[in-house]
Design a protein around this ligand. Structure first.
Ligand code: NAD
Length: 506
């Protein structure tokens, strides 16, 4: 049996409470590994270690090129261990082989890309206001301090990299809390971090439960910033807790993204893209294309072709190369998704595909929900408004571009959206009106560590990736340097000094 300890201050240690838990394979419920569960005391120890590594300057004070070299080594080591990490990611998270391969590749790439940002320039002269002979003005981008990073289960290792990458590049130290449902690859990452010799305390990894270890991290006065990815409900709670001491905050939360198919779209492309947008990782993606809006002129033909193609997607063992759709993460998530399917049925919407558990005997032990498609769904209904986080697509029709935009924006979320059209000018006009942090035109799911990603409205606060994402891990300081302006020429001379001089003359 694989066993994992907590990683605190450069050591692998048991939980102070002695608690251990098993993590289960979503495909068949078998035990993947036993892991130490972090308690509040463990979180306190991890924060102390991160605080020491930050305040001593061991990481923020290290030359940027040296920090970059450590990060690159982590990325390289992930590539070397890719086959093992892929297998563990499939077992622990139910990701298909194809997804897990992409995830591990992108995890290594994220460390490499962020290592280049680490080596970048973090002091800039403000040339537009600096005036030689008067003043020089600089901006310094300084690491925010100790980061508490809290991540979900849907992309376990990739999410870890998307937090650690910018935090380490900025010069921060980190306490990472992986999801209690998928701790395995994060703990393998701890081994890699240990192997490359990152100074003790710079990265601490403590899987544990949200209300316990997660909240302890958010409440801890030694943490300067919380970087959270997860549900909107937990994001709100974290926002409230972080208000107490004004912790810096980035929140990457839920979505209910609208996917708009115009009447002039390339229909084959739009069908394939819509299925990929919706059913990738069984719909367990924050940016999934969960609301399909189709122009009424093409609705009937488009929808029947989409349903026919969806029938060919293979539900199965994620370890099997031919599987398109794997299991959901847990029995709890499975029953949550069934609850939404029930709600759609009760509201009277037509089920064009799926709508139940699979009857394949070989999948009976896993958390499987059939790919499900509801037609002619009212956009105000529960299944159109709430994030389901499973393989459930809701389809609605529209009759004009204005109506498509109105429907697309009529949710509390604003993470992503998409438009399918051969007329790029028309598609761009729509894209500009959509309240979403990322809009794809004739594509879906493509994210890039160099381009900012994040949500409008209740999908989040702040952005990840690229220079903009890096700056979320920094405080910006303005330094004004006097360049030798004579005393009498200072703006305050009349109000302060001259009055004093007049006063002393009297
Ligand atoms: P979740 O909110 O239940 O949990 C996310 C993390 O928060 C876990 O590590 C969990 O242990 C922790 N947590 C739970 N309660 C907490 C608390 N009270 N205090 C502190 N931490 C707490 O989400 P999930 O079910 O793991 O993941 C699915 C959600 O994540 C979906 O809503 C999805 O849209 C969202 N997500 C968003 C993005 C994005 O980039 N916007 C990416 C992936 C997933």
């Amino acid at each position: 049996m694989r066993e994992y300890k907590l990683y605190i201050d450069g050591k692998f240690v048991d939980s102070r409470s002695g608690r251990v838990d098993d993590t289960l394979n979503p495909f068949d419920g078998s035990v993947v590994a036993r892991f130490a569960v972090a308690s509040r005391e463990d979180v306190n120890a991890a924060v102390s270690a991160a605080r020491k590594a930050f305040d001593s300057g061991v990481w923020p004070g290290m030359p940027a090129a040296d920090r970059a070299a450590y990060m690159k080594k982590i990325g390289d080591r992930i590539n070397e261990k890719a086959a093992q990490l892929v297998e563990l990611e499939v077992l622990d998270s139910g990701s298909t082989l194809k997804k897990a391969r992409e995830d591990i590749f992108l995890t290594a790439r994220a460390f490499n890309i962020f290592s280049r940002l680490a080596a970048g320039e973090n002091e800039r002269e403000m040339t537009d206001i600096s005036k030689p002979g008067f003043a020089r003005n600089y901006l310094r981008y300084e690491p925010v301090g100790v980061v508490g990073a809290i991540i979900p289960w849907n992309f376990p290792l990739k999410m870890a990299a998307w937090k650690l990458g910018p935090a380490l590049a900025a010069g921060c130290t980190v306490v990472l809390k992986p999801s209690e449902l998928t701790p395995v690859t994060a703990m393998e990452l701890a081994k890699i971090i240990d192997e490359v010799g990152l100074p003790a305390g710079v990265v601490n990894i403590v899987p544990g439960y949200g209300p316990d270890a997660g909240e302890a991290l958010v409440r801890h006065p030694g943490v300067d910033k919380i970087a959270f990815t997860g549900s909107t409900a937990v994001g709100k709670k974290i926002m409230e807790l972080a208000a107490n001491d004004f912790k810096r905050l980035t929140l990457e939360c839920g979505g209910k993204s609208a996917n708009i198919v115009l009447d002039d779209a390339d229909m084959d492309l739009a069908i394939d893209g819509s299925l990929y947008g919706m059913f990738y990782h069984s719909g367990q993606c924050c940016e999934a294309a969960t609301r399909l809006l189709v122009h009424e002129k093409v609705y009937d033909g488009f929808v029947s072709a989409l349903v026919e193609k969806a029938k060919r997607m293979k539900l199965g063992d994620p370890m099997d190369e031919s599987t398109d759709i794997g299991p959901l993460i847990s029995k709890k998530q499975e029953s949550r998704v069934f609850g939404y399917i029930e709600s759609g049925r009760k509201d009277g919407f037509k089920v064009a595909l799926g709508g139940g558990a699979t009857c394949l005997p070989e999948l009976s032990k896993g958390n499987f929900v059939e790919p499900t498609i509801f037609l002619d769904v009212d956009n105000r209904s529960k299944i159109a408004q709430e994030e389901i986080f499973g393989p459930v697509l809701v389809v609605s029709r529209f009759s004009s571009d204005e109506e498509a935009v109105r429907l697309a924006n009529d949710v509390v979320y604003g993470l992503a959206a998409g438009v399918w059209s051969k007329d790029i000018v028309r598609a761009r006009k729509i894209a500009e009106k959509l309240k979403a942090g990322t809009v794809w035109i004739n594509e879906w799911h493509l994210l890039n560590e160099r381009a900012p990603f994040g949500g409008y409205k209740q999908s989040g606060v702040g952005r990840e990736f690229g220079r903009i994402g890096l700056e979320e891990y920094m405080e910006i300081k303005h330094i004004h340097v006097d360049d030798g302006v004579p005393r009498q020429k200072r703006s305050w001379y009349d109000t302060v000094v001259s009055k004093g001089e007049e006063g002393s003359k009297q």
